[in-house]
Design a binder for this molecule. Structure first.
Ligand SMILES: Nc1ncnc2c1ncn2[C@@H]1O[C@H](COP(=O)(O)OP(=O)(O)OP(=O)(O)O)[C@@H](O)[C@H]1O
Length: 817
């Protein structure tokens, strides 16, 4: 019983321990396989130990044998003890199951081993070669323990491929080892056969073009503004070399234009048809009095042949009436004998009178319109109805050709006008159109673009664009449109000029310039000083090289009239001019102006009725010229046709004095007369309150040598061309560098000598130094620096008493009205 219990206990214990034993056995099997499964990393570490450590080798062999026995059911003392505790049936099943799993794993293991060994042939072969004898990677399976006899198993044949690889590798390695110490072979002598070109000689190649180093530009201006065409102000050339026609050359010669000035030499070839022609618009910046007017008038007159039926083909826009007249005189001079019809339009003439001069009625073939008129107006057609047209049509119907209508057309080839009056004609003159325009000149462009003048730029640009509308070309245009053909019309050649040219691209863009080119006439200093990154505010202005500038300090400015008088008498020496014999006095004022007008009319082109200047004397009306600036300009500088009045007598001293306002100009002229009575009959004014006839008389008188001093406002600062003017005095400092340049530019014109004097009070000194007289980095480029003049105060002492009396007299006059 005790034995049975013991047996039963032993049986229970065995049953209780069985799972752990089985698990242990299974782990052993796995471990054995894992150990024998080569992995690329393990292989290199373990393989040497296989051959070098026999102890380990024995252990592994023992393990493998144990595993084999376990799989085959071999008895071993330990195993037998344990097996006896397990039921034979379960043990058998477990053994069979275990065997299946192990054999499956072995198969897998072999497969992967074979694959790995194939992949790593090189590495395996190498390690085998190192050991000196072929090693079986499969250790446990392939190198079966030989038991007693030690004979190799037939399974070894399976690795014959590996063996052969090993042999090959060995052979290659030994061959490499032999090769290493090989001495360098002696070089064979190479004989080069001579090359026969046989007509395949290389063609001569051109030399590589020189590499152009591009310097980056940081200018904010477009290329055409940043890189202008520059010409020295000293350049001169013959008119004949510029492509001017012989008949024009003859005219120039007659008027003593011997050689072309710099601006004319640069610009005329660009505008005339020829090799140097610039296919685009031009912006021209050149000093005052440098001859800009002739530089555009000559090419324009050359390019516009006279036509039996005039069309408006040339338009010159300038800011003041005085400039209109000067430009017109130059046009008439150059267009003499060409039969071109030249006219001007300014605000002092009633627009209806001007319309009669500028327009004509023409018979135009338009059967559609004739038919429309015959059947009567329908629908929207009433919108265009005009009773005046209807009356005109009825009165002239007998003389109208069949299928034709009477249509108003411009009757001039070249028109010179102020912007305000141009806008009036575009808006209110029937048939006035710019669609035929071939030349558009904008002189004193910076001023015209800075001020609105009834938004003239937009109105003119819109009118120019009309040419692209089929309707603008009547039945022919409509026919083209129906055929799907575009209206082929060329944009006019635009020429934009100023002595103080703007570089404000937004303003220039408003003119819709095409392929523009900037031409700058200036000294080398201007080229060096100009900052490429400059904007319009930094544009440099060049003064005439023949201009001498002076600055006169006048203390606090309270005694400026005395300083002025002292300057006139001692430095400018006006007294000598006053003592000189006077030219014969002119007739009455009215006669003077009318005779000027007649002279102007005679100087016009073929048809006198195109000369609108003839009506200047008839009316000073500025009614439709509503632009206040322009209107006032015109009032002040309305000096009719003075350029045609020849300068009489020897060269004299003539002075133009600028003041800040009309009031101070008129007071100053009176004060000078009181202070120095000999001046009384020699002083004139050009001021706002002057009637146009008064201004005209003043300018005529100075041209005739009857006046020595003109006191004027800035209205006279632009465009006034008085060849006799020798001195300009800035009694009041100008408001800007631009104004200064135009004021002093009234003298030293066309290569003549001239002097400019500026009276500067203490409080104005800093501004004057920074804006006007600065030579380094200054905006104004001049040939020589401004001369500083100190007037002797002692000399003023004697005048002081006179001055006090003169002020009293003036005060009484003002009170008296
Ligand atoms: N080639 C020339 N030879 C001699 N005199 C000339 C020549 N060209 C122009 N002039 C004269 O030079 C003077 C100035 O010309 P113009 O009025 O055209 O100058 P400007 O450059 O337009 O000046 P501003 O900018 O002040 O209006 C005029 O009296 C003109 O007759």
């Amino acid at each position: 019983m005790a034995g049975h219990k013991a047996a039963s206990a032993s049986s229970k214990k065995a049953a209780a321990t069985e799972p752990s034993t089985a698990h242990k056995r299974k782990r052993d099997v796995d471990t054995a396989h894992t150990a024998s499964t080569p992995s690329p990393t393990k292989k290199h570490k373990k393989r040497p130990s296989l051959s070098t450590s026999p102890v380990e080798n024995d252990d592994a062999t023992k393990k493998r044998r144990k595993l084999k026995d376990a799989l085959q059911g071999d008895d071993s003392p330990k195993k037998t003890g344990k097996e006896s505790a397990v039921s034979p049936k379960r043990s058998k099943a477990r053994a069979a199951d275990s065997h299946d799993r192990v054999s499956e794993k072995r198969k897998k293991s072999k497969k992967s081993k074979r694959k790995t060994s194939e992949d790593d042939d090189g590495a395996a072969d190498e390690s085998e070669a190192v050991n000196g004898e072929p090693m079986d990677i499969d250790g446990a399976d392939t190198k079966e323990p030989s038991d007693d006899d030690g004979e190799p198993q037939p399974t070894k044949n399976k690795h014959s491929g590996i063996m052969s690889k090993f042999e090959r590798t060995k052979t290659v390695a030994s061959a490499k080892a032999k090769k290493k110490p090989r001495a360098p072979e002696p070089e064979e002598e190479v004989t080069v056969e001579p090359v026969v070109a046989q007509g395949l000689e290389p063609l001569p190649q051109p030399e590589n073009p020189p590499e152009i180093e591009e310097t980056p530009t940081y200018s904010s201006l477009p290329a055409w503004l940043a890189n202008p065409l520059r010409t020295s102000a000293a350049a001169r050339s013959k008119f004949a070399d510029l492509g001017i026609k012989p008949d024009l050359l003859r005219i120039l010669e007659e008027h003593n234009y011997e050689e072309a000035f710099a601006v004319q030499s640069a610009v005329i070839p660009l505008l005339l048809q020829g090799e140097e022609n610039h296919p685009g618009d031009l912006c021209i910046s050149a000093a005052t009095g440098s001859g800009k007017t002739l530089s555009y008038v000559l090419p324009m007159v050359t390019a516009l042949p006279a036509r039996p039926a005039p069309r408006l083909r040339g338009l010159i826009v300038v800011p003041t009436r005085e400039l209109v007249k000067q430009a017109r005189e130059t046009c008439e001079l150059c267009g003499a004998g060409s039969r071109l019809r030249i006219a001007s339009a300014v605000g002092n003439v009633a627009i209806k009178d001007e319309q009669k001069l500028l327009m004509r009625m023409e018979q135009v073939y338009n059967p559609a319109m004739v038919e429309q008129r015959q059947r009567g107006l329908q629908g929207n057609e009433w919108m265009d109805f005009s009773i005046l047209d209807c009356i005109d049509e009825a009165m002239n119907s007998s003389s109208t050709l069949p299928g034709h209508i009477r249509s108003p057309e411009t009757n001039v080839d070249i028109l010179i006008c102020t912007p305000g009056r141009l806008v009036d004609h575009i808006r209110y003159t029937k048939g006035f159109t710019l669609k035929h325009l071939e030349w558009l000149v904008i002189d004193e462009a910076d001023r015209l673009l800075n001020e609105s003048f009834q938004e003239w730029v937009g109105v003119v640009m819109d009118s120019l664009n009309e040419r692209y509308a089929p309707d603008a070309w009547g039945p022919a245009g409509k026919f083209f449109a129906q055929m799907g053909l575009p209206i082929e019309t060329k944009a006019p050649q635009k020429v934009v000029l100023s002595a103080t040219m703007t570089r404000d691209i937004s303003k220039l863009n408003s003119l819709h310039l095409e392929n523009p080119k900037m031409v700058i006439i200036g000294t080398e200093k201007a080229v060096v000083d100009e900052d490429p990154s400059a904007t319009n505010q930094d544009a440099n202005f060049t003064l005439p090289a023949t201009l001498h500038e002076h600055m006169v300090t006048v203390g606090d400015g309270s005694q400026k009239p005395l300083y002025l008088l002292h300057l006139l008498l001692s430095h400018i020496n006006i007294s000598a001019d006053l003592r000189a014999p006077q030219p014969a006095s002119d007739t009455s004022d009215s006669d003077s102006s009318s005779s000027d007008d007649e002279t102007s009319s005679e100087g016009t082109s073929s048809d006198d009725d195109t000369s609108s200047s003839g009506s200047d004397s008839e009316s000073d009306s500025d009614s439709s010229d509503s632009s206040s600036d322009e209107s006032s300009d015109a009032e002040e500088s309305d000096a009719d046709s003075v350029a045609l009045v020849p300068n009489i007598g020897p060269p004299r001293t003539t002075v133009l004095i600028f003041t800040k306002s009309s009031e101070s100009a008129s007071r100053l002229s009176r004060l000078l007369s009181i202070l120095h009575p000999p001046l009384a009959s020699r002083v004139g004014t050009i001021i706002k309150s002057n009637k146009s006839s008064a201004s005209r008389k003043t300018l005529t008188a100075i041209r005739r040598g009857q006046l020595s001093v003109i006191v004027a406002t800035d209205r006279a600062s632009r465009g006034l061309d008085l060849p006799s003017l020798t001195h300009v005095i800035n009694y009041d400092v100008p408001t800007s560098a631009t104004t200064y340049v135009h004021r002093v530019g009234r003298t030293a014109r066309a290569g003549r000598e001239g002097s400019a004097w500026t009276l500067v009070a203490h409080r104005e000194g800093r501004w004057f130094a920074n804006e006007i007289s600065k030579t380094l980095d200054g905006r104004i480029v001049r040939a020589s620096p401004i001369d500083r003049v100190q007037l002797k105060v002692d000399a003023l002492g004697s005048l002081k008493a006179k001055y006090a009396a003169a002020l009293d007299e003036l005060e009484q006059e003002v009170r008296a009205g």
